[in-house]
Design a protein around this ligand. Structure first.
Ligand code: ATP
Ligand code: MG
Length: 414
């Protein structure tokens, strides 16, 4: 007989269950709580957009657009792309939904994003991000607020220890032009020693050579001119205001003059929260200011700043969160008790008590289930109890037992 081939999970995707799921959910619920403290609104946007949304805002030369996007033609012949990140889609929504009226708009979102990358620890093809943005605020206070939010999130997750905030400025347009010219001159002078990838970058996006991981590029990147000599007074003042704000809020940071972000749209602030606990996948949260982005989508020049963090990478850093505990397990013995237990369980759940019913196996297996679930109480229902209209409530830690009338159960368990 022909064997049926079981379908496989697609490479780079995940089925998230058990301990992994608890960690994952803990990251999301903590983010949800902290974003409310900072008065950010939650939004949701589509998982796919017109390809142009990402191609135009991220820039054709970036790794994400040139190598990593899941792009396909739909049945109507339109080119669509599964979102590789949130910012571009949010900028599109800001324009198409008339959200300009709410500026400055402080928003967060979270969900799956898709990138065709080589899967490895901490690197997936469908992964999840949490994301925070402030659109329509050109003030450094917005950058500071986002960074302090990120810092508090990491603290509340208990993973701030060993994670460093690396901060840089990419200056304003004038600064960037002047610095770019100086970088190109420097890299041209060392052309012969650069990796092939960096020779391509030199044509298209020379700043990216600065964060190359290729050992051939490192000495040349490390000896490249810093942006500092090219900062306009305005760009310098902006960066000083950001660092002063962080100092005032008690958020530690480190200057990393080699930090450039992969996407073309960044201006002024660029940052990464980095750990050495995840090997090569050490960036847990990253972002910056993207004042050029909304203009590149055809909208009015609009300031914006934001960050995204990988939920999986944050979840990997967590101590194992405690398994969810439940209040009680109902253990019926015999067919009558089982029938009666249905109603009791329903009543308890409606009263806000978390209850499981053990209906498989003998008494011993059912009691074992109550222990395994970490329930505080076992509610034992036998024929004697049914006849009296009571349940035997056993406090599992203490081993004590008491009879409780059905009507008083919810109260007794709370
Ligand atoms: P990396 O240098 O690791 O490729 P990136 O610069 O491409 O990261 P961003 O575009 O800034 O990453 O995305 C923000 C965050 O999303 C990263 O800091 C990381 O936590 C997470 N992330 C990025 N790519 C992946 C992936 N393929 N799998 C899991 N998490 C990812
Ligand atoms: Mg990447």
């Amino acid at each position: 007989m022909a064997r049926i081939e079981t379908p496989r999970r697609i490479r780079g995707t995940q089925d998230i269950f058990g301990d992994e799921q608890r960690r994952f959910a803990h990251v999301l619920s903590t983010f949800e709580r902290v974003r409310a403290l900072y008065c950010f609104q939650r939004i949701d946007i589509p998982v796919f957009e017109s390809t142009a949304v990402f191609a135009r805002s991220l820039g054709e030369t970036t790794d994400v657009v040139s190598k990593e996007m899941y792009t396909f033609e739909d049945r109507g012949g339109d080119s669509l792309t599964l979102r590789p990140e949130f910012t571009a889609g949010i900028a599109r929504a800001y324009l198409t939904e008339g959200w300009q009226q709410f500026a400055p708009l402080k928003i967060t979102t979270s969900g799956p994003v898709f990138r065709y990358e080589r899967p490895q620890k901490g690197r997936f093809r469908q992964f999840h991000q949490i994301d925070a943005e402030v659109i329509g605020a050109a003030e450094p206070a917005a950058d500071v607020e986002l960074l302090v939010l990120a810092d508090q999130l990491l603290r509340e997750l208990g993973i701030a220890e060993g994670v460093t905030l690396q901060l840089n400025t990419l200056g304003d347009a004038e600064t960037r032009e002047a610095w770019r010219a100086a970088l190109v001159a420097h890299f041209e002078a060392h052309r012969g020693a650069l990796s092939e990838d960096s020779l391509t970058r030199l044509e298209k996006n020379p700043m990216r050579i600065l964060d190359s991981k290729d050992p051939r590029d490192r000495p040349i990147a490390d000896s490249a001119p810093d942006i500092d000599a090219y900062l306009t007074p305005e760009a310098r003042a902006f960066f000083d205001a950001v660092t002063a704000g962080l100092d005032a809020a008690g958020v530690a940071w480190e200057r990393n003059a080699r930090l450039v972000r992969g996407l073309d749209y960044y201006r002024h602030t660029a940052f990464e929260f980095v750990t050495d606990r995840l090997g090569a996948q050490g960036t847990v949260l990253a972002g910056g200011r993207y004042d050029g982005l909304i203009g590149s989508l055809g909208g009015p020049e609009t300031a914006g700043v934001g960050w995204a963090a990988g939920v999986e990478r944050l979840a990997m850093l967590l101590d194992e969160p405690a398994a969810a505990t439940i209040d009680a397990v109902v253990v019926p013995m015999g067919a009558d008790a089982e029938a009666r237990a249905m109603g009791i369980v329903a009543d308890l759940r409606r009263a806000g008590v978390a209850v499981e019913m053990a209906y498989k196996g003998k008494m011993k297996a059912r009691m074992a289930k109550a222990d395994a679930l970490g329930a505080r109480f076992a509610i034992i229902l036998g024929d004697d109890e049914l006849a009296k209209g009571v349940a035997a409530v056993k406090t599992l830690g203490a081993g004590t037992q008491a009879e409780v009338a059905f009507a008083d159960l919810a109260e007794a368990l709370r």
